[in-house]
Design a protein around this ligand. Structure first.
Ligand code: S6P
Length: 621
């Protein structure tokens, strides 16, 4: 990289930390200066931008404004929480460690608790981890955004899981320090300190927690955080909230927020397991080594950026011509495929058929609390057999299929499936992790490589210092980064992103409603009231708003928005062109890429705004 480029990207890396940069927004909602032009970038540049954004997770602390992942303060808290988990592991009777969250945060709670309960079973210990996801198990595989807004539901589901328990370490995850569901649970913990110790994981400084009134509650997320900060002084509550920088696609906390959640909680639980079962007391050095191992995971993964670019291009081409992307995975890597696919609907307004994940063994492998969910409909059919029956017969070369596995999976089965897919499409690719020493499946691997258009093979060093479980967690993170790049990059190439904002965002909970209004303000330059009016008109499909509509609360608006599509793009076209809702619909039908729809509709007032132009909208997420 030339020196001037380097200096330029370094200043972009730090720019978001300036107090003048989008001052009214919390870090998790700011737009990332590194990705301002991602909507017009090539696949290769998209991957490079994502790499630079991910690298921000491990950026050193530069000033006093933000604590970072590797800050002393964060590492100390990780150690303290690990010691609390250790106590539960050593005396598990009537105790629980609960991980809870909404959307991606809840899905990662499931992934992490599954992995660590498996580890306990292998040691002949009884499982102590439990997960809660807003909306129940169907939210593991599909978008259920509304329950996120319900603090009472959060509290009740926590109470139910903890019935009869005498000691509970509750870990609430909300990347934006914003989900009312989690706020309700934390408040309940604070009211019952004799049983519950609350821990909050998120990626904004405490003062940026959401301060919006919650229905039927006397507290806000911010007031809960403030109470926790007070108790943290006497180690009765814990806050783990380093800043990892704005997301590559504004507010898309499934990306860095999800990765950092996985990193932090795995570091904590691994340290606790080592202390409880391997005579390795929780120590700063161990925590730092584990964090650094994840940093290396990023390097090793993005060292393959050329092949990741090929995957992004293939997936982008499939989505652009209305075809699909399928992830066929084995073991927990398959779960990362299911998670990534499930997020495309709320993030990009995608149909469930656009990006789909399948797991070898289906629900048996998933082992979720509520068991098989296939009866809920085709989007809950997740086994490879479902793929063979429902999808394979209709596959063509325009569809992209990714095999996701490691050398410890049954590679023979991967070969069998690859052969069957290859009969229908040449557009087959593999994402494969192996240790440098392992050559046991070399012949089968050669055959898979012959069948695939591209193979992303990552070879990992397995020295004495790297345990099998650490290696597996690194494979998972690496797979998450690759799949996030593929699905995000593909939707960018499809034209779903405007600058670095998701325009076609679903307005299905209060966080997304606020984000949508703010986005309309930023992109149209119109006042908040006008933007909210345009948003409501598209939500209710009305050219004129009735009193009923304007006086309803945000929850009513978001419940109605569930039934509507392209709410934000339509509102934007109306605002920018002054046209009616029906005219906006026909513009968008002719030209689904919003930037072009607006330009096509011939608006004189249209002026693409750069993130520096962001309006100072006083609104938390
Ligand atoms: C974000 C994802 C959402 C969030 C959910 C919880 O990319 O689509 O489902 O995970 O809204 O957010 P938070 O900030 O409480 O973790």
């Amino acid at each position: 990289m030339a020196k001037s480029d380097w200096t330029c990207s370094l200043s972009a890396i730090c720019e978001w930390e300036s107090p003048d940069y989008e001052p009214s927004l919390p870090v998790s909602e700011k737009s990332n200066p590194l990705t301002r032009d991602i909507d017009r970038a090539s696949a290769n540049s998209i991957v490079k931008m994502l790499q630079a954004c991910d690298a921000q997770m491990f950026q050193e602390e530069t000033g006093s404004t933000y604590h970072k992942l590797l800050s002393d303060q964060v590492v100390t808290t990780l150690m303290e929480v690990a010691k609390r988990v250790e106590l539960v592991l050593k005396d598990p009777e009537d105790s629980l460690v609960i991980l809870s969250g909404c959307g991606t945060s809840g899905r990662l709670a499931f992934l992490i608790t599954s992995g660590f309960n498996r580890a306990l079973r292998q040691l002949n210990q009884s499982p102590v981890y439990s997960y809660i996801i807003a909306g129940g198990d169907r939210a593991l595989l599909s978008s259920q955004e509304a329950p996120e807004d319900d603090p009472k539901l959060g509290m009740l589901s926590l109470k139910k899981v903890c019935e009869g328990k005498k000691r509970v370490l509750f870990i609430g995850i909300s990347c934006g320090l914003s989900a009312p569901f989690v706020a309700g649970q934390l408040d309940f913990c604070l009211q019952h300190p004799e049983v519950y110790t609350p821990v909050l994981v998120g990626f904004n400084p405490a003062h940026q927690a959401r301060d919006e009134p919650l229905p039927g509650c006397t507290f806000t997320f911010l007031s809960v955080v403030q109470r926790m900060q007070e108790l943290a002084k006497s180690h009765q509550a814990f806050l783990i909230n380093p800043a990892v920088g704005p997301e590559a696609i504004s507010g898309s906390s499934r990306m860095k927020g999800g990765s950092a959640t996985k990193i932090l909680l795995e570091v904590v639980l691994s340290a606790a397991h080592a202390a409880a079962f391997s005579h390795t007391p929780v120590a700063c050095n161990g925590i730092l080594l584990h964090l650094r191992a994840y940093e290396k995971t990023l390097d090793l993964t993005y060292a393959q950026s050329e092949i990741i670019t090929d995957l992004v291009e293939a997936a982008g081409e499939s989505l652009r011509c209305g075809r699909r992307v399928c992830y066929l995975g084995w073991g927990s890597l398959a779960l990362l495929g299911l998670i990534d696919a499930s997020e495309c609907n709320p993030t990009f307004g995608a149909d469930f058929e656009d990006v789909r994940g399948f797991v070898s063994g289906g629900y048996r492998e998933l082992n979720n609390k509520e068991g098989p969910l296939t009866a809920l409909g085709p989007e809950f059919c997740i086994a490879h057999e479902d793929f063979l029956h429902q999808v394979l017969p209709r596959l063509t070369d325009k569809d992209t299929v990714l095999l996701i596995y490691t050398h410890s999976d049954d590679v023979g089965k991967v070969v069998d499936l690859a052969r069957r897919v290859r009969e229908k499409t040449a557009n087959l690719h593999a994402v494969y992790h192996q240790t440098d020493e392992d050559t046991s499946a070399a012949l089968q691997q050669d055959e898979i490589s012959r069948l695939c258009l591209s193979t992303l093979k990552i070879a990992w060093l397995q020295g004495a210092s790297v345990s099998a479980s650490l290696l597996h967690m690194q494979w998972e993170l690496s797979t998450k980064l690759v799949l996030n790049a593929v699905s995000t990059g593909a939707h960018v190439l499809k034209g779903k992103i405007y600058q670095n904002h998701m325009i076609d965002v679903q307005v299905t909970n209060s966080k997304l409603y606020r984000r949508a209004t703010r986005l309309l303000q930023k992109l149209s330059g119109r006042p908040e009231s006008q933007c909210e009016e345009a948003l409501l008109k598209t939500i209710y499909g009305a050219n004129k708003l009735t009193l009923d509509m304007t006086t309803s609360d945000v929850i009513t608006h978001t419940c109605t928005a569930v039934t509507r599509t392209k709410v934000v793009p339509l509102a934007l076209v109306c605002l920018l062109t002054g046209c009616s809702l029906r005219e906006a619909e026909s513009h968008l039908e002719r030209q689904p890429v919003v930037r072009e729809a607006v330009e096509f509709s011939g608006s004189k007032s249209f002026r693409p705004m750069c993130p520096r132009d962001v309006l100072d909208v006083p609104m938390a997420t």
